[in-house]
Design a protein around this ligand. Sequence first.
Ligand SMILES: NC(=O)c1ccc[n+]([C@@H]2O[C@H](COP(=O)([O-])OP(=O)(O)OC[C@H]3O[C@@H](n4cnc5c(N)ncnc54)[C@H](O)[C@@H]3O)[C@@H](O)[C@H]2O)c1
Length: 458
Amino acid sequence: MNPPLTTSSTLSRRKFITGAAATGAGLMFLPKTKLFGANAPNNKLNIAMIGAWGRASQHYNWLKNENIVAVCDVDKNNLAKGLAEFPGATTYEDWRKCLDHKGLDAIICCTPDHTHAFITNWALNRDLHVFMEKPLAITVNEARAVRKKYLEKKSKLATQVGTFRHAFPNVTRVRDMIRAGAVGKIKEVHAWGTSRWPVPAGYAPAAGPVPAHLNFDLWLGPSPEHPYSPEYFRLGQRPGLGCQSYNKYWDFGMGYAGDWGSHVFDVAWNALDAELPQKIKAISDEKSNPAITPLEMSSLFTIPANSWRNEVRVVWHQGGKLPSVPAEWIDLEKFKSGVLFKGDQGFLLCDFDNRVLIPFGKDADLSYFAPLAKDKATPIIPSFFENWTSACKNGSPANTCCNFEYGSKMVETLALGLAAFRAGAELEYDGSTGRITNNEAANQFLTKPYRSGWTMEG
Ligand SMILES: NC(=O)c1ccc[n+]([C@@H]2O[C@H](COP(=O)([O-])OP(=O)(O)OC[C@H]3O[C@@H](n4cnc5c(N)ncnc54)[C@H](O)[C@@H]3O)[C@@H](O)[C@H]2O)c1
């Protein structure tokens, strides 16, 4: 039933179960944790929770169906909050040590964005299933490194990027409608998020001392050195919003594109069966800033044709930029975020929960479109989180809806939009090599600097 795991911890767990069965009553007196894990009789996963508060606190409930055996956080106060929910878990300050906790099957990681690709690849190297919060990576090269590692391991490891709105029924229905031709031949797709946030001039100046409960050096992790400032923790008291204190800085994130963009762009990406873009262009009135990601920007991607549709232009708009609308009475300002599919017969406008089909033109009689019969419709994903936990347990690990092949291509594309913004030029991209082919200098924007001593290959 379970995929064969090859970690030494699993082997020792298997040996234990065999041995325990042989010794009969001895079983009752053995430590409880030894009985858990994906291959154990009660079929719970042994999970390490890396990043114990903030977004992590929004996962506590469903995680209580599994076995949280280790909790890791660089902030003692946050570690205590996680431990209070999962008493008995072993605590860690450094995720590199936590990943070597004996008997682990999986990790869930809700740390800041700049650590995601590192923690992912270290965990995959240890044959651990991974649930990683979005964004999966913050540069093109990180996304590609994660995908490469995942593809080596995908027959045995289940992965999920935390873009949980992917499982909202409307997202599946939108996909089915586009595939069935609800807008005719698809031409262009626009996704947007209108939120704006304060834009600082640069990295925060030193404003110490570092609070005693925080290991700021480990918080920086692979990022280049920066002095401590409470600015990077300003929203940290609001679960799930703390990331907006730091993800606008290049060293700590990819701004609004990786933040809300990860969710909204996913609706378009999913409906199109999209692959890496061949051309990328960014439109913005903002100047490139060496410290801060752009706020107001549209990035345009030429996505290649596939077996069921032509080449299509996909646009991500952020910070107030919006696509043009098919009719004046459509007020996109009222959609905080959404997706507009433009085809040769009509438009489909949607957000995560709603959709409206707008046929247009003299022949807009809908005769071109046959809605899917109920029994042909794609099944709704009952639970985004169980989609991952059951894949960890049931031997079909690649079947998660937002696995790292899917998720890495999507975030690589969003990161390419930022590279085009920084290069100030239209870019041609070769997805097979990960190189920009028409502008050598722009390749510098596919990566970022790291502190020495930190490697993704740990
Ligand atoms: N899927 C979603 O809807 C969603 C929503 C909110 C946040 N997120 C993502 O979750 C992540 C965390 O966001 P947040 O708002 O909770 O941020 P946050 O900074 O408020 O919380 C991060 C937590 O991780 C801890 N931490 C920081 N560095 C660590 C390290 N190196 N090792 C271990 N623990 C560390 C912090 O102390 C804190 O407890 C971000 O990547 C964000 O994009 C996803």
